[in-house]
Ligand binder design. Structure first.
Ligand code: SF4
Length: 756
């Protein structure tokens, strides 16, 4: 089954050499791979000077968009408002996040299809109408499906999920974004990114014994920590890189998200060509081979990396020991030989309850075979797994092939339960029996994240992250103080037996196979396709355009809340149980700012309703202002809106009638999201003026009739005692963004243009 767009890839390759050469001339030096891909995807022609890494904001033209089912809902609802006939770039939707793991694949999938029917019907119909590829529930996890079908060396993709960088394993710059960005690119607009810094990781040697590609990124996470990659692309190169399988490279890039990296990438090599060929894309491998010097860093960058990367680290794969990272954070890296001591010293529960392998991070054929080689030894040596053991295949292609080749039967021998090809336990979609008791316990996964409560909602679950083969060995031992590289286990006959190091097969010798991959091709013409949204739905709601600016200054705004301290997108629009309302703006708005701390009473979700003098929940008070036709304003502290690119955090206040967000400083993505939704995003010229805002204030925003780039506005805080403070406020709107404000939202302008 061919689902990728070969013509698009060929066109990208036709452009690339000329663009890279032009950029090289401008830079006057050799180029890293990341730079080659970025400069060949500029929206505009090259300017007169190179972009400064870590400083300049640049418009890019991505080749593809991928969305998972939780984030696709709002992205597509917004896209519909743009009134385009088709998406401007090839795009796909993947149903993976909404499937709960409870019993096993078949039953869980059946329940998900029933409970999420309206969401799936909506995503399927909107994909069909606007030309998006739709991957049904059970088809697989977004990143694995992208790797198997769409990722290509030298390409650029955005995806509405943090682990989109997985595609870097095939040499693609793939970046996780919010739904608003996906909407823009699908509507044919440029996509803005701060030119990333570059971290070079030089790999030498080759992996031995129990060590795997997963251990490379577990080691990198340990060295760089969860914030070490922020604002940077991590580029892997060196002789060691060329020895890693393409899927192993994918695992490494996937978990680059755990160090906060913008993305991670490997250069095109024989391993990537082999994987492309094995997954039905031989012609992509051939096309890439023709321009291979543009799909790898220049040799000077490899020989003298310090001169070309902002930071360089080196790892000798031959000396790399397996790592176990955790608990509660993916950057707490323990070498296998020191892990047992750490478990004892920190008094972590040594008894292992569950080992979970698979997920988008680690469910390649190679991963499955390495884990199965351990499971097989256990069965042959008469050892039963002491812990529960689950397998989450990343896609139906991998699952079907693994079943055909007897790998799933091998897992069955040690009591393994195969879950649906979906996110499941990785994102808290795990109906784990007994989790509600909140008992201290340990689990180990081959997933990527292990923050408290992520897998099963229990804050006392100590989650560790390792490779699938290490997870399998621990599940067999049922004990975290076991070291599979040196310890023995007692089998059913009372004998001491040892597990030999895993043996894996990179690609299936009989080729990949699948009966039904779960793909729905879009209609050739979507004109007559009806998008299915029930007006009675509590999970989906078609969007109405936000209203235009009234053309005057904004007077008489009530202070909704002055948020104190950290106010992330999670404080503004909480996740967890609210996930199911991601496609229903009015319903999800009931979580508006419920996590923010009110400066006046230090409480969360308790603000004064100035109309009644009574305290109420933030969304309820805001709805009261809206019902009375009164606008409001939210005041915040430093770095307001940090965290994620969740557009709901900007859409909800807009929907409920908040007119402006005034803060000491913004997280940039959130600031842009607010601008896109037609909201005023303002900052105190003097941050100390934050203290002048009082709980009972009514505020005016003055100067909007002459709103212009670089020109400050004024906020008048009218206090309840009759006194007032005049506060100078700044903004970063350019002309186009002022246009968004005046039109009511950026999408209103796109829709207007589409209607002309
Ligand atoms: Fe995200 Fe986990 Fe799903 Fe991967 S498996 S896409 S990390 S939730």
């Amino acid at each position: 089954m061919k689902v990728f767009d070969l013509d698009m890839i060929k066109a990208a390759y036709a452009r690339m050499p000329e663009r890279v050469e032009a950029a090289k001339k401008l830079l006057g030096r050799p180029m890293t791979l990341a730079e080659k891909i970025l400069y060949s995807h500029l929206w505009d022609n090259l300017g007169g000077k190179p972009f400064e890494r870590g400083t300049d904001y640049v418009d890019f033209a991505p080749d593809r968009v991928a969305m998972q089912d939780a984030t696709a809902q709002m992205a597509l609802l917004q896209f519909m408002q743009a009134q385009r006939e088709k998406v401007a770039v090839p795009s796909t939707v993947h149903c993976d996040h909404l499937i709960q793991a409870k019993v096993g694949a078949t039953e869980d999938l059946k329940i998900a299809n029933e409970s999420n029917k309206e969401v799936y019907d909506f995503l399927s119909s909107v994909s069909n109408k606007y030309g998006l590829g739709f991957w049904k529930p059970g088809a697989g996890i977004i990143h694995q499906v992208v790797l198997e079908n769409y990722a290509f060396p030298g390409g650029m993709m955005i995806g509405t999920d943090s682990h989109t960088p997985n595609a870097g394993g095939l040499g693609m710059i793939a970046i996780g974004v919010g739904g608003a960005d996906a909407c823009d690119v699908m509507a044919g607009l440029p996509w803005e990114l701060k030119m990333p810094k570059l971290i070079g990781v030089k790999l030498t040697g080759s992996l031995k014994g129990w060590a795997s590609a997963k251990d490379v990124i577990l080691e990198v996470a340990g060295r760089l920590t969860v914030k070490g990659g922020t604002g940077a692309i991590v580029e892997y190169f060196g002789t060691g890189a060329d020895k890693l399988s393409a899927t192993g490279k994918g695992t490494i890039c996937n978990m680059g998200a755990e160090i906060g990296a913008t993305t991670s990438v490997f250069g095109f090599d024989k391993k990537i060509a082999k994987y492309l060929t094995a997954t039905g894309r031989r012609n992509v491998a051939i096309a890439a081979g023709r321009i291979k010097e543009y799909l790898r860093p220049d040799q000077e960058c490899i020989d003298n990396p310090e001169a070309y990367y902002d930071q360089v680290i080196e790892i000798n794969l031959s000396k790399l020991e397996p790592r176990i990272n955790g608990p509660f954070t993916p950057d707490l890296a323990w070498p296998l030989s020191k892990f047992a001591a750490a478990v004892k010293k920190n008094n972590w529960p040594a008894k292992l309850d569950v080992g979970l392998i698979g997920s988008c991070t680690n469910s390649s054929y190679e991963d499955m075979t390495r884990a199965a080689s351990i499971a097989n030894q256990a069965a042959e040596k008469h050892i039963k797994a002491k812990a529960e053991y689950t397998i989450t295949p990343g896609s139906e292609l991998v699952r079907f092939t693994a079943e055909r080749d007897g790998l799933l039967a091998t897992f069955d021998k040690i009591g393994g339960v195969v879950l649906a090809n979906a996110c499941g336990p990785c994102i808290g979609q795990w109906a784990r029996h007994g989790a509600e008791k909140g008992e201290r316990n340990s689990i180990i996964t081959s997933f990527n994240r292990n923050f408290a409560k992520r897998a099963d909602g229990n804050p006392n679950t100590h989650a560790f992250v390792a490779s699938p083969e290490i997870v399998t060995a621990f599940a067999i031992a049922g004990d975290l103080t076991f070291n599979p590289a040196k310890d023995t286990l007692t089998n059913e006959k009372g004998e001491q037996v040892r597990l030999d190091p895993p043996l894996g097969i990179e690609l299936p010798p009989l080729g990949f196979d699948v009966l039904d991959a779960g793909y729905q091709k879009p209609a050739r013409s979507g004109k007559n396709v009806k998008v299915k949204v029930s007006p009675k739905s509590d999970r989906l709601q078609l969007l109405a355009p936000f209203t235009k600016w009234e053309g005057t200054d904004l007077k008489g705004l009530k202070l909704l809340i002055k948020a104190k301290g950290k106010c992330t997108t999670d404080h503004i629009s909480m996740a967890g149980p609210w996930l199911k309302f991601r496609g229903h703006l009015d319903n999800i708005s009931n979580n508006l700012l419920i996590g923010a701390v009110n400066f006046a009473n230090e409480a969360t979700n308790k603000v004064k309703n100035q109309l009644t003098g009574e305290y109420g929940e933030v969304p309820a008070v805001q709805r009261a202002y809206k019902a009375a036709g009164i606008g409001s304003i939210v005041v915040g502290d430093e770095n307001y809106g940090e965290g994620s690119s969740r557009e709901h955090a900007a859409m909800e206040p807009r929907h409920l009638g908040v007119r402006a967000i005034l803060v000491k400083s913004f997280a940039r993505i959130h600031e842009t999201n607010l601008k896109k939704q037609g909201m005023l995003a303002l900052t105190f010229a003097n941050p100390a003026d934050y203290d002048k805002i009082k709980e009972d204030d009514t505020l005016d925003i003055v100067g909007l009739t002459t709103f212009a780039p670089g020109k400050s506005l004024k906020v008048v805080a009218n206090h309840i005692d009759g006194s007032k403070d005049e506060i100078v406020v700044n903004h970063t709107y350019n002309d186009a963004q002022i246009g968004w404000f005046k039109a009511g939202a950026a999408l209103n302008i796109i829709a207007e243009q589409a209607g002309k």
